[in-house]
Design a protein around this ligand. Structure first.
Ligand code: MLT
Length: 286
């Protein structure tokens, strides 16, 4: 399928009504990595670095990390961008399915979602479950927003769409809660990367995704319906998807997998990239 080299290490693939930018690395089991909100594919950069450092015989994952529609280097839409758009979790899942088709990937994949990426992964599993071999849910939940949470998101979406620099405000308020105390103290460069990632995003893409999250359905029942192995990854200091919430979610899964707790807050795959990478590889290969 057609692709053109994009900035740095990204390739661009056509999907309906947009182009999608993707970072790819390695060969072997395809692992589709879905970023959270309001980030982009580079949230997985540390995982890519760890995987690249493995000895050749252990490099058996094909990592695929797209920028979701309207994030990073992926277009929001081909036509004129709308300030009141909604990108549902289902829309993102449809985009990813189209992406794999454009990449000519026909084998079953390991689907891995971080936070909002987990919401998207559950929609993908619901619609395209026959293409999913295994699922990894990191720092996420399967419940819907409460009416109050949904209303707050819609208000946030209006601000993204209308207030200049609102992404900057969001970065300032979110970042202190994204990483654990140890990460903040010892690796401040991670916080700088997160700030850069958030502030570089298209505000209209963030607005559309916020509206999409506000209307997302509860997908909890899929955990017991779908007969696939699920790995749950939790941050011990995560306030958004607490370890207790992750444990409860895991207890509902048809295939009982343990929750893998890492010393981290909301971004366990970033803060504990090496431990996460090894767990992911074991889970994918075994
Ligand atoms: C994320 O990291 O993707 C967000 O915390 C998800 C959310 O706002 O629910």
């Amino acid at each position: 399928m057609t692709f053109t080299p994009h900035k740095n290490d990204l390739r661009v693939y056509p999907i309906p009504n947009a182009d999608m930018a993707v970072r790819e690395q390695g060969q072997g089991v395809p692992v589709l990595l879905i970023h959270g909100f309001p980030f982009d594919h580079s949230i997985w950069n540390r995982l890519f670095d760890v995987a690249a450092s493995w000895p050749a015989e252990e490099r058996n994952l094909r990592l695929i990390a797209p920028d979701l529609r309207g994030f990073g280097a992926s277009m929001l839409e081909n036509s004129e961008e709308r300030a009141d758009g909604v990108n549902s979790m289902e829309q993102f899942a449809d985009d990813l399915h189209a992406l794999l088709d454009a990449m000519n990937i026909r084998e079953r994949i390991v689907l891995c979602g971080l936070s909002m990426g987990g919401y998207v992964a559950m929609q993908y599993l619901r619609k395209y479950g026959e293409t999913v071999a295994k699922l990894v849910l990191c720092n996420t939940k399967t419940t819907a927003d409460t009416p109050q949470q949904a209303e707050t998101r819609r208000q946030q979406a209006e601000k993204f769409a209308t207030a200049p620099h609102f992404l900057k405000t969001v970065a300032e308020t979110m970042i202190p809660n994204l990483c654990c105390a140890k990460t903040k103290e010892e690796r401040p460069e991670i916080l700088d990367e997160l700030r850069h990632m958030i502030e570089s995003n298209n505000p209209l893409g963030a607005a559309a995704a916020a509206r999409g999250m506000a209307e997302r359905p509860d997908t909890t029942e899929l955990l017991s319906q779908k007969d696939i192995p699920i790995l749950f990854v939790s941050g011990s200091e995560d306030k958004f998807s607490t370890p207790e919430e992750m444990r409860q979610m895991a207890s509902l899964a048809r295939h009982k997998e343990e929750v893998h707790y890492l010393h981290a807050a909301h971004l366990a795959p970033v803060e504990q990239a090496a431990a996460f990478a090894h767990k992911l590889r074991d889970f994918c290969i075994l």
